[in-house]
Design a protein. Structure first.
Lengths: 295, 288
């Protein structure tokens, strides 16, 4: 042992006592700083929306942060619900249908594809991987998609928008399933096949139930993605009858030009479903998003 | 045995996914190359060669989209990487309130882009808006965030960063958390300070996370449309028009061929930048 090391050792108790004290102070300081900063940058916009959604039209037109003189949130929600013969209710129904069916189809179709792509390796594998990567990077061609939808009679229909959402979300979903399949041992399939289990039954009654954790991730991520999607419904699901929540909000913005309290109420209402998802599936969402990103 | 099992995974299982992917994504993408060279009304088309592309590249109201798209993608990507890295380092500490702060930073990622865009458009109102009112208290005359041609694009980009930095942050946190403790111990023995810790350990070893953030943010920025559309609709003038918003405008105007040419150009821009970037980043990746 060299001299300096001994010196350090002798000094150690004295130093740690001091540094520990300094560390606690610094920790406390950075903790307070973190809360204040995150409250200002990320909390103020939420507060701003909530406060203005609770005001009457005159007060909200000032666009300030003051508390409302009379609490109007319930009345505002009723007004938004009633606008344009309950457009937002129909939009809510449409959004839920699109999201629900997209999730169901994505899970079934994506799991089947991810399963085979992970298990079977052949000369075709690089080609399939390329298709997945291409699907993640390439922006979809808009008008040609309308042309295809129109050609098979699905333009402006619910099945049309659902199938487009599925097609655009498939690459990421397959990637998630493929990644998880790698953690399930191949011996499992062999044992099942030796026991006389058919290929269909092997997948549907053995593999698919085991994929539950990824399916949960797919459900949450697709729910957020499709629910919040603005661009695809804008192009492929136009028309007054066909409103989704995002389109309704967009259209309301010109209608509510003078009634900002109602616009804020609409923004608030539209943010509730993601908030509920976030409260219950916070960890799942973060894990799913990072898992996909790191690959 | 291997052969038997390989055959037990029938490629028929790929059919449903393959058909949906082909019909609703691949086929339109392939057809876009043809239709971009036509004068097109969905029912009728006339071949006009490269005319649409020439229009797109020479018309000032259209080719401004290139410049804006690149600026937008670079600015949002850079800010997300830098802020995401700092937030990631900060939020990897063991603080009592860390869960709360992390949630605050991450939650905007899950919000609707349209809702965020509208709320911020209100807050960026030049005279009454929250931001300028706050700046006035400090004695600064805030600019007209969305009305001034020279800064409107950057204002939208800042909102994009506000919404997207949470995603970058959680990726960085995952990367930083996976760095083994040994490195920090070695540094402590060698007497390094917290700057050394950041610069010599965290930055190089969270490279895989950084690469993911760069790729995701850059491609996302190039393809961006909804935020710009919700906040400025490409204005004032054409100062915030991105390639994707020009595609929409041409579609609205009924210029389907021109709109599709825009799609092909966006495809080329994204591929020409994203694939080499992807290859470059993966080549230099450090293994832990």
């Amino acid at each position: 042992m060299s001299e300096t090391q001994i010196a350090v050792k002798a000094e150690a108790p004295f130093r740690t006592k001091h540094t520990r004290k300094r560390k606690t102070v610094r920790k406390l300081f950075s903790e307070i700083l973190a809360i204040i900063l995150s409250l200002i940058i990320f909390g103020v916009p939420f507060y701003f929306v909530i406060v203005n959604a609770s005001k009457d039209t005159k007060e909200s037109s000032l666009l300030n942060m003051d508390l409302p003189s009379s609490f109007q949130l319930i009345e505002n929600i009723q007004a938004v619900m009633a606008a344009q013969n309950g457009m937002i209710v129909r939009a809510f129904f449409n959004s839920m249908m699109i999201t629900g069916f997209s999730i169901a189809i994505l899970i079934l179709v994506g799991a089947m594809a991810g399963y085979v792509l992970q298990r079977r390796t052949s000369k075709m594998s690089p080609f399939f991987n390329f298709l997945i990567l291409a699907g993640l990077i390439i922006p979809p061609a808009i008008v040609p998609t309308i042309w295809v939808l129109d050609g098979i009679g699905l333009f402006k229909t619910m099945p049309g928008i659902i199938l487009v959402e599925v097609a655009l979300n498939l690459p990421f979903t397959i990637l998630l399933y493929k990644g998880f399949m790698a953690t399930l041992p191949k011996e499992l399939d062999e044992a099942a096949l030796i026991d006389g289990c058919g290929r269909m039954r092997l997948f549907f009654s053995i593999i698919l139930p085991l994929l539950k954790p990824v399916s949960a991730t797919v459900i949450v991520l697709t729910a957020v993605g499709v629910y919040n999607d603005f661009v695809n419904p804008l192009y492929f699901f136009p028309g007054a009858e066909n409103a989704t929540l995002q389109l309704t909000l967009y259209n309301f913005s010109s209608m509510y030009n003078t009634q900002w309290n109602l616009l804020f109420t609409n923004i608030l209402l539209i943010s509730i479903p993601p908030l509920i998802l976030f409260i219950f599936f916070n960890k799942k969402i973060v894990a799913g998003m990072t898992a996909g990103a790191v690959k | 045995m291997t052969n038997l099992t390989n055959r037990s995974y029938t490629y028929y299982f790929l059919l449903p996914a393959g058909i949906i992917y082909f019909v609703f994504f691949l086929l339109p993408t392939i057809m876009s190359f043809f239709f971009s060279m036509t004068w097109w009304t969905l029912t009728d088309w006339k071949f006009i060669g490269l005319e649409n592309f020439i229009t797109f590249l020479t018309e000032p109201s259209l080719n401004i989209g290139f410049k804006n798209t690149i600026i937008y993608a670079v600015v949002t990507c850079l800010l997300k990487v830098i802020l995401g890295l700092f937030l990631g380092v900060f939020l990897s500490q063991k603080l009592k309130t860390i869960g709360f702060v992390r949630s605050m930073v991450f939650f905007p990622t899950l919000l609707s882009t349209v809702a965020v865009g509208m709320a911020f458009a209100m807050m960026m109102h030049p005279t009454q808006g929250l931001i300028n009112t706050a700046l006035k208290i400090v004695g600064i005359a805030g600019p007209d965030w969305l009305g001034d041609i020279s800064i409107a694009l950057l204002s939208v980009a800042l909102v994009d960063v506000w919404k997207g930095v949470g995603m970058a942050t959680v990726i960085f946190i995952a990367g930083i958390m996976s760095i083994p403790e040994d490195y920090y111990e070695a540094l402590a023995i060698d007497g390094g300070n917290s700057f050394h810790k950041f610069w010599n350990i965290i930055v190089p070893l969270s490279r895989p996370a950084m690469n993911s953030v760069i790729i995701l943010a850059f491609i996302g920025g190039l393809r961006s449309f909804d935020l710009v559309w919700a906040m400025t609709k490409g204005g004032p003038g054409f100062s915030t028009d991105l390639i994707a918003s020009i595609i929409y405008k041409q579609y609205q105007g009924g210029f389907y061929g021109l709109s599709t040419a825009g799609n092909v150009i966006l495809f080329i821009v994204v591929s020409a930048l994203a694939f080499p970037l992807y290859a470059f980043l993966n080549r230099k990746e450090v293994d832990l």
